[in-house]
Design a protein around this ligand. Sequence first.
Ligand SMILES: [Zn+2]
Length: 314
Amino acid sequence: MFRRLAGVLFIFFIGTSCAFAQQDKARLEVITTLFPTYDFARQVGGEKVNVFLLLPPGVEAHAFEPKPQDVVRINKADVFIYTGRYMEPWVEDLLKGVSNKKLVVVDSSRGIDLMDERDHDEDDHDEEEEGGHHHHGGKDPHIWLDLANAQIMVDNIAGALAEKDPANNDFYLENAREYKIKLADLDRRFKETLATAKHKTIIYGGHFAFGYFAKRYGLEYDSPYEGFSPNAEPSPRAIAELIDKLNASGIKYIYYEELLDPKVARAIAQETGARLELLHGAHNLSKDGLKKGVTFLDVMEDNLKKLKAGLECR
Ligand SMILES: [Zn+2]
């Protein structure tokens, strides 16, 4: 009796593990770099893909460099998706070390008009050119925060998945179509809400990721940071100027960036009495956020709420 049951169980386990193995083998192995491409690939690929995020949970995106085991992983993958060469300048070298000839590589920024770094800076340019910090040919890498750009990224990703797995072409394109409707709907609500803003300037106490976003919704922004390295310290003078501006403007909120201790924003908040609030650049999520399955749309919905309060929209 026991032997027969054990035999049945044994066959059952063999059967299920084969089924899992087959199912897994059928899935595309997709490697992504940052959270937006990770979530877009999940939305478009659904149960037909296994998506892996290279950036470890909670890690700041701009300082990230891939490890040797990341190259090993990409060598075994079907599709590799990165944001663009200004976000991940290491991709070109990394791909030279990859021997996987069947790998489909996706530059998600293809077809997007890139903005120069701090294109819309309203500061005194003469002074800044003296410092030599600006206009060194860099492009703003934060394309995903403009929800029209996000839709182009989704199309690029869907096209690559369909190319690698043409049997499921319709599945990927339909998922992309449905997901883009959600992005377009949120884009419309951002537009409608921010059009009623009493204040048109985002005061930001971190590295400013919202350049494309501000341009799309007709906003200005001010950050004491230069460029996109969150590790560079802003000058005391830039901080003092921001404090003056905040005091003069009647704006009651200062925003800070995700995943880093907001010491500059906190100091400005303490000095001015402004309220400190997170405006999430969606580069990456915390371990907890990833575990809970927080999506890009969740992050942006939350940003809409925070901006509605801080810019005093109707
Ligand atoms: Zn950034």
